[in-house]
Unconditional design. Structure first.
Length: 242
C-alpha cells in the first residue's frame, strides 16, 4: 500500500482517503492478471507477484517489452472498454454498492456495526472518477480519455452513444429525486436508443405511485413516450388550487 499511496496509514478498511488510488491500482493489475491467465490471489491479494514481475513474465513469454506504466495502461484499456460497453447497454445505470452493504451493519468482527453510507460512496466515487479521467457526474469515459488510450477507433458506435443526453428539470418537490451529487434540479442524463420517459423515471428512482406532470419539449407526455438526444424533459408535481 505504501507504493500506491505513499503511506501505510491508508490501509484500514474505514479510511476514505486514497481509496480511489487503491481501487484504481487493483483494477488495473487485476485486468492485467486476467489477461495473462494468472491467479489474481498472487497479484492483488497476497502481492507475491508485483507489476515489475508481470512485466518480466510478458517479456519472457512473448518477447514484448513494456514499462510499468505501459503495462498498467494496458489493463486500464480493458476496464475502459468494459465501461464503454456498459454505458452503451444501460447509460443510466449508476456505480453503486450492493444494497446490503449500504443498509445492513456488519453483525460481528472488528468492523461490527459499520456500513457504507451514500455520502461516503459519493466522496470516494468523485475521487475515483477524477483519477480515471471519467466524466465527474456520471462516470462515463470521455472522448479525451478514449483518445489518450488509443481506443477511439475501437469504440465506433459506442463512443457516439456516450454523447447522447437529454436535459432534465425537476420542479418543486420532485427536486428531491435529483441524482446524488447534483448541485441543482436541472441536469443532463445519458440515454440510449429506445429510452422512454418511464426509463428515465426509473433511473431517477421516482416511485410509480408518485403523481407527476411530465412535459417533453414543452408538451404534455406520458411514461411510454420515447426520448431522443437533445430533448428537454420537465417533471413536476400536480398543481392544485382554486
Amino acid at each position: 500500500m505504501r507504493k500506491i499511496t505513499g503511506s501505510d496509514d491508508y490501509v484500514g478498511g474505514t479510511v476514505l482517503e486514497k481509496r480511489g488510488e487503491i481501487v484504481r491500482w487493483h483494477e488495473d493489475v487485476f485486468a492485467i492478471t486476467d489477461s495473462l491467465g494468472i491467479c489474481s490471489f498472487a497479484t492483488t491479494t497476497c502481492y507475491i507477484i508485483d507489476v515489475p514481475m508481470l512485466k518480466d513474465i510478458v517479456a519472457a513469454a512473448v518477447g514484448w517489452t513494456f514499462t510499468e506504466k505501459e503495462l498498467l495502461d494496458a489493463g486500464r484499456r480493458t476496464l475502459v472498454l468494459e465501461r464503454c460497453f456498459n454505458f452503451r447497454e444501460d447509460p443510466g445505470r449508476r456505480d453503486a454498492l450492493p444494497w446490503r452493504l449500504m443498509n445492513e451493519p456488519i453483525s460481528e468482527g472488528p468492523y461490527q456495526g459499520q456500513m457504507n453510507s451514500a455520502a461516503e460512496l459519493e466522496e470516494m466515487l468523485e475521487r475515483y472518477y477524477e483519477l480515471q479521467g471519467l466524466e465527474p457526474r456520471t462516470g462515463r469515459p470521455t472522448r479525451n480519455l478514449l483518445l489518450s488510450l488509443g481506443l477511439l477507433e475501437d469504440v465506433v458506435g459506442i463512443e457516439a452513444s456516450l454523447c447522447e443526453e437529454v436535459e432534465v428539470k425537476l420542479f418543486f418537490a420532485m427536486a428531491a429525486y435529483a441524482p446524488p451529487g447534483q448541485d441543482s434540479a436541472s441536469f443532463k442524463l445519458p440515454i440510449r436508443s429506445r429510452t422512454t420517459i418511464g426509463d428515465i423515471l426509473g433511473q431517477l428512482l421516482i416511485p410509480e405511485e408518485v403523481s407527476s406532470v411530465i412535459l417533453l419539449n414543452g408538451r404534455g407526455s406520458s411514461a411510454d413516450q420515447r426520448v431522443k438526444a437533445g430533448d428537454a424533459l420537465a417533471i413536476m408535481p400536480p398543481v392544485g388550487g382554486g
